[in-house]
Design a protein around this ligand. Sequence first.
Ligand code: G6P
Length: 569
Amino acid sequence: MCGIIGINATEPYTSQELLSRLKKLEYRGYDSWGYWNGTQLVKKVGKIEVSDDQQAVNVAISHTRWATHGGVNEKNAHPHRAGKVTIVHNGIIDNWKELRTGLEAKGRGFRSETDSEAIAHYIDTALNEGKDILAIIKLLIEEIHGTFASLIMIDGDDTLYAMKRDSPLALGVCKDRMILGSDIYAFSDTTNEAIFFENDEYATIRPTGYTFYKNGEELVKEAKAFKWTTMEEDKQEYAHFMLKEIHEEPSVNQRLIDSLQTEQDVHFKELVDLIKNAKKTVFTAAGTAYHASLLGASFLHKCGVNAQAIIASEFENFITIDDETLVIAVSQSGETMDVIEALKYSKDKGATIASIVNVPYSTIERMSSLSLQILAGQEVAVASTKAFANQATVMLALAQEFGYANGLAGMPKKLAGVLAFEPELQKLAQELHEHRDLYVLGRGLGYPVAREIALKIKEISYVHAEGMMGGELKHGTIALIENGTPVISLVYNDDPKMRSSTQEVKARGARTIVIGTTPQAELNVPAESEAEFAILASTLGQLLAYYIALARNLPIDKPRNLAKSVTVL
Ligand code: G6P
């Protein structure tokens, strides 16, 4: 949700550098964008355009937006400016109305409908009252309820100010410049030294130095060296990042499996021990990562481990947590706010926290006492693909330690084999892309996969797709089946129950498509176990969703209304 970048450099730089860095964060939100470089305030609706403007400055801030408060228009785009103060903000200020009313009573005129603008007016008003900027930021942090990663510039002051609570913020330390960004992608091409802001910390950033504070006290914070590959940031010969990322599944899967036996071996074994010692294991996640969690819970359940998967946004409502519970957060970005909230709740209840993440040094990783990395590399496309394959593979590896041996070692090769289905899937997509509704049915391990395939189709092709338990179909949804309605059935090993669910819809005129493991299936996946089938069928579904969206000529990598990293509740 929103990406922010601020650079303070020894040598002047142009908006090209600022915006090409902002572009790296565009997956966090892309409805509008803007920047302030001390003289120019640029705000635009749509995707970031990196202009060839040659004006060079030493300090600037920028923002790419996923709207929360206020519609998508130039007025609501960031930065927001009030008097001599300019700010960008990622997060949500819960008490913005009270702040705004108080500031309006002091004669401040607001230009936008955003919660964020209050930050700029608050600071400018206090500066006019003669207060010191650090004292103002300290007080503001006390008075704001809600979440923020915010960068602040003041006219005539070449220091960059930053503050954070719950929304992510990192400082990339380079020899000749400091780069503030929502995550390490902002600067990972130029430095591997970073400092991560913790809650309620604020900082003054100069071109070659920084000072961190909390509650008015100066903090000692050292830059940490991080490891991250930038090799995957390029689209190469592919038309879309999504297709490229699906094609990377075999190689990143191999990388993951190797690392679980080498550099991640110790952590992996520690996680297995945590599961062994816990009274129950609860996975929590959102979206695609939740579907991988459902697979994980089911794999472990098959080995007699007490495991569940709970959607993070409903965590408190559906599970009892205590100090004998192990909570494992699963998250590609490591920044999903619903997941962070579920972890805070679990910590308060005394649970042990572990995580399975893709982006290293993310908030969720830092909140966990133990974390495994899925090593999928950067996912640029908003729809998650290779991360899902690797999340599910970690689950398989964990379950294998409890006796669930299901072809882990052969997974990269099998994933490569699924790519051979592309021409068939392209043909199928041609047939399906004009339908308004589509259903995906699965049982057991096929159920999370049915939901994942439906989610992929909804996200990028805007076709209404429902993924459901085959057995639940007859309890209501079957009323929606009409002549020609497409229904995809996931049938492992000719499962008779799934066969009959398929027959039930066929009898009512549905166009049935069986993804299975026998020659009768329309798409016959070469899987030797149910777990293998689940992972391979998911990749098949990713490709089908891709080709449906392609046939509909949609912006596949950046679908409308979505953001890859959802850092608001
Ligand atoms: C967003 C993304 C989804 C993703 C979900 C969870 O909704 O659009 O693709 O699955 O967040 O994200 P996470 O980073 O926690 O895996």
